[in-house]
Design a protein around this ligand. Structure first.
Ligand SMILES: NC(=O)c1ccc[n+]([C@@H]2O[C@H](COP(=O)([O-])OP(=O)(O)OC[C@H]3O[C@@H](n4cnc5c(N)ncnc54)[C@H](OP(=O)(O)O)[C@@H]3O)[C@@H](O)[C@H]2O)c1
Length: 320
């Protein structure tokens, strides 16, 4: 079921939680009654999905980039991560992106992922992130053991490290039932030429690439190539690792924000990304369930057309 923002607000008003919706006058600090509020939103809304071109499996258009939250597990315990995953699922999301980490981190994270409440509802994208064939294979084995997921949903070669070698292993792993999809990632615009070469020469299911108004390069070659070649696209760094909020802090929203139902800068950044139809899912990183809900709800309502996208880019680049 898809519902738009207006329908969501109608339901939310019935539940007495409309003030929690970004732009509806709620307290944006997220400090009080977060768990209750999150679960109340749960039953009432589902964000839109897009299809993975190779299989037509659908993925919700906003996912959870887990790097910051995963790294904090040893210090803050599992509850923070659990509350973000709960918010993701409650709002119709399922995609979690992570990478290989030391066992001290990935063991407790794997225990959270294995919770029977949600383990079969998640789409978990993992990575190989070090050079060397045997190292890569050991990383996939460890992730499979600690996350208890076979097949994996998606394994990516992070930053295309030793990609020729790892992609051979990944193809074999996939053929043997170890993963459903394979892909490569980069978070640097300067690496996108190399990414395009792999896209054209290796059968990839997914790419993951940085894309945002300040880092718009992907829209020039990589995203059109993904559309032509039928490759699904995950977007990383939508907020430039948080820099977006520093650059836009205190800046007045441009007049056109209201035209696309944006009441904050997070929505503006995400609507620009989601307007590109080559994008399958944008990964937003957060430790705060309320931020994730705000990000997920950017997928509702009016999206910018080509003319407005041009204005958004030129206006935003001139003020940040
Ligand atoms: N080479 C690679 O494969 C690669 C490289 C980089 C990233 N990635 C993936 O992409 C994901 C996201 O990219 P990123 O690391 O550049 O992070 P990002 O999503 O661009 O920015 C994250 C920062 O934005 C803040 N934030 C998120 N939503 C917000 C909101 N609505 N309002 C205010 N602040 C908000 C978060 O703080 P709070 O915790 O306070 O919300 C966090 O500090 C990563 O987690 C990872 O999965 C992959």
């Amino acid at each position: 079921m898809k519902i738009n923002r207006r329908e969501f607000l109608h339901t939310a008003a019935g539940l007495g939680i409309a003030s929690l919706v970004p732009g509806c006058g709620g307290n944006q600090s997220g400090q009080t009654s977060q768990t209750v509020q999150t679960s109340q939103i749960a039953s009432s809304t589902v964000i839109p999905s897009r299809l993975i071109p190779r299989t037509n499996e659908s993925l919700p258009v906003v996912g959870f980039g887990s790097t910051k939250a995963v790294r904090r597990i040893p210090d803050v315990g599992p509850d923070e991560m659990r509350s973000v995953i709960q918010a993701l699922l409650d709002n119709g999301g399922k995609v979690i992106d992570t990478s290989f980490r030391v066992e001290e981190i990935d063991r407790p994270f794997g225990q959270i992922l294995q919770d029977e409440k949600w383990s079969d509802k998640l789409f978990v994208a993992t990575k190989i992130n070090a050079p060397g064939k045997q190292v890569g294979i050991r990383q996939m084995q460890q992730t499979e053991r600690l996350f208890n997921r076979r097949p994996a949903d998606l394994i990516q070669v992070e930053s295309m490290i030793d990609a020729d070698i790892h992609l051979d292993s990944l193809r074999e792993w996939k053929a043997n039932g170890g993963t459903r999809y394979i892909g490569i990632t980069t978070a640097h615009s300067s690496d996108q030429g190399r990414m395009e070469t792999y896209m054209k020469n290796v059968p990839l299911d997914f790419i993951q690439v940085n894309y945002s108004i300040p880092e718009f390069e992907a829209e020039q070659r990589v995203l059109p190539a993904a559309k032509d070649l039928g490759i699904a696209v995950l977007i990383n760094s939508p907020f430039n690792g948080g820099e977006w909020f520093t650059l836009t802090r205190g800046k007045k929203l441009p007049g056109w924000a209201a035209e696309i139902e944006c009441t904050n800068w997070a929505q503006i950044g995400l609507k620009y990304i989601l307007a590109n139809q080559a994008v399958t899912c944008v990964l937003t990183e957060t430790t705060n369930p309320k931020h994730l809900i705000e990000n997920m709800h950017s997928s509702f309502g009016k999206m910018p057309d080509d003319e407005l996208l041009r204005r958004m880019k030129s206006d935003v680049l001139s003020i940040i």
